[in-house]
Design a protein. Sequence first.
Length: 106
Amino acid sequence: MSAAKTPNSADAVRRQTGEMIEYVLHTPLRLKSGDEIATLRLRRPTGGEMRNIEFTGRKPYDLTLQIVEATCGLTRAEADAIDGADVTAMMEIVLPFLDVGTGAKP
């Protein structure tokens, strides 16, 4: 008898119907303005947003941050300030958005 697969973040994304996925940052992000962001709303990027995302030769972390910037309205400096553990967790959520037939529905 095989062990049941434990669902992970990517599995949760695949079950979504295109709604935003609220991600609570383990380490809140402090903006230059002094404001603090504790939650990001992640979603599948649109074609227009993808124009500014460089896919060729990109590392998964870089691609993740570019998707987060494009879909959450963050600047590059703000995205770069996100804690590494949060980037790793968000990578499991946002990269499946790019898989045809497996990511969240538009």
